[in-house]
Write a protein that binds this ligand. Sequence first.
Ligand code: ZN
Length: 316
Amino acid sequence: MPPSLPGLHHITALSGAAQDTLNFYADVLGLRLVKRTVNFDDPMTHHLYYGDAVGRPGTLLTFFPWPQAQPGRPGAGMVQALSFGIPAGTLDDWADRLEAADVAIQRAERFGAPVLSFGDPSGLSLELVATDASNDTAWTEGPNPPEAPLQSLHAPTLPVFPDDRTPDLFTDLFGWEPVGTDGDRLRLQAPDAPLAPAVDLLRRDRHPSGRMGQGTVHHIAFRARNADEQAQWQAALRDRGVQVTEVKDRRYFQSIYFRDPDWTSGLLFEIATDGPGFLIDEDENTLGETLQLPSSLSNRRDEIEAALPTLVPPRP
Ligand code: ZN
């Protein structure tokens, strides 16, 4: 078994209309749309990936647009909020930028760092947290580039129950370390992760019951450096009695999934490989500009394109 899981890979959420999400993440938050493809399990709907300049693991937020769905509600078994790290000293600039875009913000402090909280157009809870972490491939060429771009995913909030074994999953299996508590939060951190190294477990006796819908997180994915390490994690989970899926080919990475009421508090977890990555079917300078389909769907391109809404990138 590898010594530790090297941080977050991506987070996937359900959104409302894809265009509203594109306008918000590309124009207001300044992320790059690094891939437009379809949900391989439901190919008449988009799967849109946002991240840094190259879609590096640890920077990725992906959406299944679900415009007909009701608004969801975060709660037990779902990621409650997700965070991005911004350079230290830039929180006030970000507050101004969000307010200029009519985004209502709240300020807080957590683990000694200032935090801005707000919702995206679908109601997904987001946070910006000042950190020292930096990413040399942060995206700086969007339609309205921020002076201090988002660097990577930061510690998302995972609701868990006090007597479940989610902390043990991170410490005993994944090789992460507890690095502190703040109220009923326990922060766990990967010892060897260049980006997105942490999660916050929110340990409470009760959490509201969640409901999947617009503005809720579907799952959270952690990194495996390669398929060999992923297979070792799969075997290690099975050794502990956790039901894990077979390896699924997601074209840009390979994935295994598991959800266990004890080990994950019911949250859906994924372990995704770093490769092959987003440059497998597009050049870096045209990432995300055209619909990419796996070969198994390429003979249905006309039908799929006719079913999908048109997406217009925001202009400067
Ligand atoms: Zn995923």
